[in-house]
Design a protein around this ligand. Sequence first.
Ligand code: FAD
Length: 377
Amino acid sequence: MTADLIIVGAGIMGAATALFLARRGMTVSLLDRGGLCAAASGVNAGTLTLHMTRASLIPHAIRGHALWTGTTPEGRDWLGTDVGATAAPGLCLAYTDAEAALLQRRTAVRRQAGAPIELLDAARARGIEPGLGGDVKLAAYCPIDGHVTAYRTARAVRAALAQAGVRLHEWTPVQGIDASSGRFVAYGPTGRVKGRRLLLAGGVWLEEMLGWLGLSVPIKVLVNQLAVTDKRPPVMRSVVSIASGLLSLKQFANGAVVVGGGWQGRGDRLRGGAEIIPERLVANLRLAAWTIPALREATVLRTWLGLEAETADALPILGPVPGTPGAFAMGSVHSGYTSAPAMGEIMAALVREEAPALPHFPLDRLLIPPQRQGGTA
Ligand SMILES: Cc1cc2nc3c(=O)[nH]c(=O)nc-3n(C[C@H](O)[C@H](O)[C@H](O)COP(=O)(O)OP(=O)(O)OC[C@H]3O[C@@H](n4cnc5c(N)ncnc54)[C@H](O)[C@@H]3O)c2cc1C
């Protein structure tokens, strides 16, 4: 049977779009070569962040935050289940003059884009986060950051997709797309799936997927290291990051503290996250314990790696595929978990040929000039 839409890539981006469209009556086949929300969408740090979001994506992150935390009437039913998403204040800290200048510049730009971020001195920052150590020079405070647990969310996404009637095809690797019949046929070793429209939502593998349609769009792969501690008594109540981008920290309701900050391990698109680099992990943990001294007592229980995608301008791909009517692509953005439900709403509107409530991010800008002129092969 031919679906209204085939989505290749069942991470949070593809799944959110599938959900919104199936709820509006479309038949959607959602394909993944692995399990649902098991790549970046299953292993990320779960920070809902405006601090780490590029200015032109701030409205999307604000909408995403509202959907995750259920602070709008529509937000309550984005997944239909309480996934424990928690709104918490976000503090981005500067310890050096250079970091303070960076924070001032960034705050001005993000405020202009609608983020309710303000600058605080060290005393006011400690009023929000009494556990802070170090000599804080300046802090940027955002009242609407927070966090969500990726594995808990993945379970809720599965239930929501089933309820909406999305046809989920896990363990279905796609090797290419045949668009010669006026329909899209996704083919691979497990068979063929047909659809009237196509959405490619492949995270770091979007580069390869766009290649199926004859486009060359370089996608950078970040191999992020993360660590989680044992369950601690409360040591912090905000989401803390550092202006340099080298630290992100928050404590979940069960007491575990997740330590991240984009320290890079070894790996690539083919092998996945292959190897933690111990000295970088130690540096990340030292920075964490310096920022929140109570963490000196913590024990690291587990470390892991995940692949995060980034385009050349660090903004998402979110729009039609030039030269292939009926085909769309989305994703490949830093800190994309925060804005994913909002990006799903936008993509759902584009597929339905409706005007989205927020701007999309056309793919044309990332194409090299000959492709821009000639469309796809
Ligand atoms: C370690 C880490 C920490 C992060 N922390 C945060 C954070 O704190 N806050 C935040 O907002 N964001 C964070 N992110 C970013 C966020 O996780 C991603 O932006 C988001 O999950 C991307 O979702 P996606 O659906 O685009 O990609 P993915 O979740 O990667 O999904 C892509 C899917 O495509 C499938 N696929 C690929 N090739 C094929 C094929 N040939 N056939 C079929 N299926 C295929 C893959 O199996 C995969 O499931 C983090 C990312 C990482 C890796």
